[in-house]
Each structure stands twice: as C-alpha cells, then as structure tokens.
Design a protein around this ligand. Structure first.
Ligand code: A2P
Length: 277
C-alpha cells in the first residue's frame, strides 16, 4: 500500500489510483471520493471528456482535503487540442477543479492534427506551473517515436487500456526503456475478464476476488493502475491487494489470457510519420 513511483521528471506518483470515469452526479461523486480517500487512495483520475471536473472539485472542497495530500490527473480532450485551445481548456479545467495546478496532465488521445502544437502547450503549461507533470494517453509506440522527433521533454506517463485481455507487452517494454511509466485504464477490462476460469482458480487459491488478482497482477508488473467503482465494498476490496503475492507461474497464466481485446477504441495512427517508413 502507498506505493509511490518516481517519474522521469523527479515527481512521485501513487502506483494505485482511483478512476473517476462514469462517476457521475454530485452525491455519487462525494460518496466515492470520500470512501476512496478514507481507504487510502491518493491519486484521482478525471478528464475533460468525463464531464465531471466540477463535481470532482466540489467533492474535494466539501471534504476539506488538503491539496498537497492528493495527486490529481486530468486530460485534454481531442476537441481542445492545439496550442491556444489546450491552454485555455486547462485553465477552464482548473477553474472547475478549484485548484491552482494538477499533478499530471495528459493528452487524452493521439490525433494527427495539432500533434506537436498540443505538446508544446503542455511543455509551456508545465513551466508555468499549471501542472507538475506532463504525459499522454492511448499513445502507441509509433506516436511516442513521432513525438520524440520534436519534443523538448518526453511524456513521463502513458496511460493506456491494459488488462489481462490486452497485455500490450511490447509497449510496456518500450515505455520502460524510455523511462515512461505505463498506467492502466480499465485495469479490470470493464468487467469483461472477471469470470475467466484461470483467474477464478487463482483467486480461490489466495482467498481473494478475481478483481483483486488482476490488480495484483498490475502491481507486480510495475505499472500504475486506476480501478473505478461506485460501490464502497469494491472500492475497499480494490485497495486490499497488498497482503498476497502471485507466483511467476500465476503471472504467466494471466499473461496468457491476452486476446488483443480492446474495450475502447483503437488509437488513430499518425500517417505523416508512417509515410517515412
Ligand atoms: P461499479 O462501479 O459498479 O463497481 P474498469 O476499471 O476496468 O473500467 O472496470 C470498472 C468496472 O468494473 C466498473 O463497471 C465497476 O463497476 C466494476 N468493478 C470495479 N471493481 C470491481 C470489483 N472489485 N469487482 C467487480 N466489479 C468491479
């Protein structure tokens, strides 16, 4: 518990966080954030696209949680990419969140248009203190390689869809080699993987739930992960994964579930860069 990962820029980030996608409505938000904070979650992950930044901000304010105690991530939506637009949109996000800065700002999806302008805005926003760290989301190797051709600073986090049905080993290795922390969204595969018999067997052997086995697999893989639940019992359960260990054989069994199955969309490719190869 309380595992911290050190990012390439020197900042520290909790390995496990709380996902706020589809946590909607002020009352639900307050309950979820309050329970998660009480349990010990310190990383909270939202996005412009989730449409709940105002509720997130209200929840932290109402709970009187000191800003320094939490690590807050938000993401710039596709429609807000571009130099000026990205900066304007982040100021708006901070206004809704009622915060002076976020801890981590991510480009939500790779798109060809404004690819470098958006990143330049991110580098500037970090310098200006609107965010402590900058990163990307849903970037595959090709996007990171393309970004490296012009970036002054590389992303310190790449948040991707990652779970036992989509293990993305080559990208994980690439990120590790480039000091980019991989962060898993939909760490439970949106529930699609919870009934796999391999996972059930492993869960029984450790007296844990299949969700806990999957999160433990993420933990031992060294990636960051942000499970979401609006149920108090599950919020607690998802943080109760620090008292057991999966064997190398169990880790390999879980890896073998890979089916290249995306619950979300396929990231758009960068054709301009592809043409060179
Ligand atoms: P709910 O919020 O109703 O608990 P992912 O994080 O992979 O996107 O998956 C989240 C989904 O899995 C949500 O629908 C959430 O639903 C559900 N979920 C979260 N934690 C658990 C758990 N421990 N056991 C079963 N389902 C869970």
């Amino acid at each position: 518990k309380d595992n911290l990962l050190t990012l390439a820029d020197g900042n520290k980030m909790p390995q496990e966080g709380f996902g706020l996608y589809k946590v909607d409505g002020q009352e639900t938000m307050n309950q979820a954030v309050s329970k998660a904070y009480e349990i010990g979650y310190r990383l909270f992950d939202t996005a412009q696209l989730y449409g709940n930044e105002q509720e997130v901000g209200n929840a932290f304010k109402q709970l009187a949680i000191p800003r320094d105690n939490i690590f807050v991530t938000t993401k710039v939506a596709e429609g807000n990419q571009g130099y000026e637009k990205a900066i304007e949109s982040v100021k708006e996000s901070l206004h809704k969140l009622q915060m002076d800065y976020v801890d981590l700002l991510l480009v939500h999806w790779p798109i060809e248009r404004s690819f470098f302008d958006t990143w330049r805005a991110f580098e500037e926003m970090k310098k200006a203190g609107l965010t402590r760290s900058i990163g990307v989301s849903n970037y595959q190797m090709i996007h990171l390689q393309y970004l490296a051709t012009q970036a002054s600073e590389m992303p310190v986090v790449d948040q991707i869809e990652l779970h036992p049905l989509l293990t993305q080993k080559p990208l994980l290795q690439f990120n590790r080699q480039h000091q980019i922390v991989t962060q898993a969204w939909s760490p439970l595969g949106r529930g699609a993987v919870l009934n796999e018999s391999i996972l059930k067997d492993i869960a029984v052997a450790h007296d844990k739930s299949t969700a806990q086995v999957i999160l433990r697999w993420h933990l031992q893989n060294g990636v960051s992960f942000i499970p979401k639940s609006v149920h108090e019992e599950r919020i607690a359960q998802n943080a109760d994964i620090y008292d057991f260990e999966l064997s190398a054989q169990e880790m390999a069994q879980i890896d073998s579930l890979n089916a290249y199955h995306r619950t979300g969309r396929e990231p758009e490719l960068v054709y301009e860069y592809n043409k060179q190869y």
